[in-house]
Design a protein. Structure first.
Length: 157
């Protein structure tokens, strides 16, 4: 026996689909507004994507980007900037444009993605995907050496 949707269920499914499409188109139209009157370089969406791209490439913390957004909103009150980092992320997510972090082999042999996402070592060179303790100990030793060479007081004029 096959399931046959009733006309009411079919109409509800089409209505739901058209509602989602309408909401997406409204969101896209809002995001494609000018950043500010007369701006030809950026739309609201392209500016948000550029900010988010800079965040992901430079590894700026959420707090750091929130502070930058607050500063931009204060300096450019006429611009149509997102109210917060949360609003920026929400808009980008609703449009399906967010990013996913994918680990890579330190020697660039492979990506730990898909069916390899749970692997602990590279299947090509057998190097661990994780930084080892020796690397951490080396970093700690170097920090200690730098601290030993620092002056107790520093006067800046």
């Amino acid at each position: 026996m096959q399931f046959q949707p009733s006309n009411e269920e079919e109409a509800a499914g089409q209505s739901s689909h058209s509602d989602e499409r309408g909401a997406f188109e409204a969101l896209l139209a809002e995001a494609n507004e000018e950043l500010y009157e007369g701006c030809t370089s950026f739309s609201k969406l392209s500016f948000m994507l550029k900010l988010y791209h800079i965040k992901s490439i430079t590894k700026i913390s959420d707090k750091g980007l929130s502070m930058i957004i607050d500063l931009l909103r204060e300096a450019f009150q006429h611009a149509k900037l997102p109210a917060s980092l949360h609003d920026l992320k929400k808009t980008i997510h609703k449009l399906g444009l967010d990013y996913e972090r994918i680990h890579a082999c330190p020697n660039d042999c492979m990506l730990f993605w898909g069916e390899d996402s749970e692997r602990e070592v590279c299947k090509i060179c057998n190097i661990s995907r994780w930084k080892g303790k020796s690397t951490e100990q080396e970093r700690t030793r170097k920090c200690r050496e730098r601290k030993e060479r620092r002056k107790d007081k520093l006067l800046r004029s």
